[in-house]
Design a protein around this ligand. Structure first.
Ligand SMILES: [Zn+2]
Ligand SMILES: [Zn+2]
Length: 204
């Protein structure tokens, strides 16, 4: 499973020892470039290096058109006649509740930019992983992480971070949900003492 797909994606997967062929579902929270632009090379790998294997993309309404447009822009005249016939993709508009690749999920609409963002609560057995993508620290985010075992939540930077969550708001969120283990990502500036290193593998 992959949660969003920012660039560079393939080098990071390689460094972590994750094979692109092993991904059978991708949850996209929204279509901003820092969450989707790893997909064109990933799809290239999937089509020409991996053996054909179905993949499901789950995301906001319009996911089929948005991703097809991205792939056509990326690969030009080669996309439709050469690559698309070999690409076994299924596009699924995320519902309030659903099931994909053996996992139950819930979608929580979060406040972010003009279009908002899909937060997901995904079940792994009896455990719940919450993933925010991009969000402001508003009430829907508390609903997203409430009771989750692990929450991967954005915390963009210190102070005023337009349409995102600040480090201060992230600390307050963690305090309101003391039983949830938080992994904060999407940091764009500065460093936090004791934070995980980039690409560090965390046992959750
Ligand atoms: Zn965004
Ligand atoms: Zn972002």
């Amino acid at each position: 499973m992959m949660l969003d797909a920012g660039a560079p994606l393939l080098p990071h997967m390689h460094r972590l020892g994750i094979q692109p062929i092993d991904i059978d579902v991708v949850f996209l929270t929204h279509f901003h470039g820092d969450h989707t632009l790893g997909l064109p090379p990933f799809v290239l790998h999937r089509i020409f290096v991996d053996k054909p294997r179905a993949i499901t993309f789950v995301g906001p309404d319009g996911i089929d058109k948005r991703l097809e447009a991205l792939f056509e822009l990326s690969w030009g005249v080669d996309w439709k006649p050469v690559m698309l016939p070999r690409f076994k993709a299924r596009y699924v508009t995320a519902r309030k509740r659903g099931r994909v690749a053996g996992h139950e999920y819930e979608t929580v609409r979060l406040d972010h930019g003009s279009t908002g963002c899909n937060g997901y609560r995904i079940k792994f057995g009896d455990r719940v992983l919450a993933y925010s993508g991009d969000t402001e620290p508003t009430a829907p985010l508390d609903a997203l992480v409430d009771g989750a075992d692990v929450a991967i939540v954005e915390a963009t930077g210190p102070g005023d971070v337009f349409s995102h969550m600040s480090w201060e708001a992230a600390a307050a969120l963690k305090k309101r949900h003391p039983k949830t283990r938080f992994v904060f990502n999407h940091l764009f500036s500065g460093t936090v003492t004791g934070a995980a290193k980039d690409l560090q593998v965390l046992e959750v």
